[in-house]
Design a protein around this ligand. Structure first.
Ligand SMILES: [Zn+2]
Length: 290
């Protein structure tokens, strides 16, 4: 798999250009030189089979790689067993949509800590995930890669280490490293190429180079405070970061080729295109300097 860049959902410019339906997103993105698109089911899996299939057909036609963001209310870590195991139905829905669209990955948020310790919440998340994997296999969705996401708030399961621990359960699990979230929950630790490289190294040590190299990236600048994430910004921000050129350098040096999804607020397609340019420039620069 080669590196790919694209937005999470539709940027403001999509509607401004007169587009109304997500089935036209692949054509729009292709026009911007982009080649990935994360379809949003954050508020529920409501897309119908025909709609999903036309998005998939257009994605194929315009060379756009698809992934799906699962509902935000999934809670792998929940204290109520019925509720946490009930998350399964959202995974099954996402699995079905993934098959309709030809999307390879489903990204999900592990859940909150509630009144538990980090260790207890992670244990419950792992237990739920084992169950979800078994049931997804049983339903014929074993080919869909599940991606637990690094989360931005301190009181959520989803440190980089917790996401890696989840991914060790099964080969089909791929880390979704949201570097804006990681930077927010570590109070701005991603301020140098070395800091990004350490995160990549931690993944590679635990999961092996092959899987680490094709991981999933969420990237946006995010405002944070003492609880971690406050809100998603755009690349216009100069205060909070992180700076994509630092990650681009770390990726090029390691030869990693992830799927990179931009979650800027409203300018996610433009900012994804900016990341693609930054990455290409870095690659050219570093190859000339060898
Ligand atoms: Zn997310």
């Amino acid at each position: 798999m080669s590196i790919a860049f694209g937005p999470a959902g539709n940027a403001d410019s999509f509607a401004a250009a007169g587009y109304k339906s997500s089935k036209d997103a692949p054509e729009f993105l292709r026009g911007m030189g982009l080649n990935a698109y994360e379809y949003q089911c954050g508020n529920g899996v409501t897309v119908k089979e025909q709609g999903a299939r036309s998005i998939g057909e257009n994605a194929k036609r315009f060379g756009v790689r698809l992934s799906i963001h699962a509902p935000y209310y999934i809670s792998m870590s929940g204290e109520d067993d019925a509720k946490r195991l009930g998350s399964l139905k959202y995974f099954l829905q996402c699995g079905e949509v993934a098959h309709w669209m030809g999307a390879g990955r489903v990204i999900f948020h592990p859940g909150g800590l509630g009144k538990s310790t980090r260790e207890e919440a992670l244990e419950r998340s792992l237990d739920t995930l084992r169950y979800v994997i078994r049931e997804m296999d049983g339903a014929g969705f074993g080919d869909v890669a599940l991606c637990p996401e690094v989360m931005g708030k301190i009181n959520q399961v989803g440190t980089l280490e917790e996401v890696i621990a989840m991914c060790r359960l099964d080969e089909r699990l791929i880390p979704c490293v949201d570097f804006g979230h990681l930077n927010a929950r570590t109070m701005g630790s991603l301020a140098a190429v070395e800091a990004f490289d350490r995160a990549l190294g931690a993944m590679e040590n635990a999961l092996g180079r092959e899987r680490a190299s094709r991981f999933h990236v969420h990237f946006s600048k995010i405002q944070y405070g003492k609880g971690g994430e406050i809100r998603h910004l755009t690349f216009e921000d100069t205060e909070f970061g992180p700076d994509f050129s630092l990650l681009a350098e770390a990726l090029v040096k390691r030869g990693y080729e992830p799927t990179v999804i931009c979650e800027s607020a409203g300018t996610q397609a433009e900012d994804a295109a900016a990341m693609m340019r930054i990455y290409e420039d870095k690659k050219k620069l570093l190859s000339e300097s060898v």
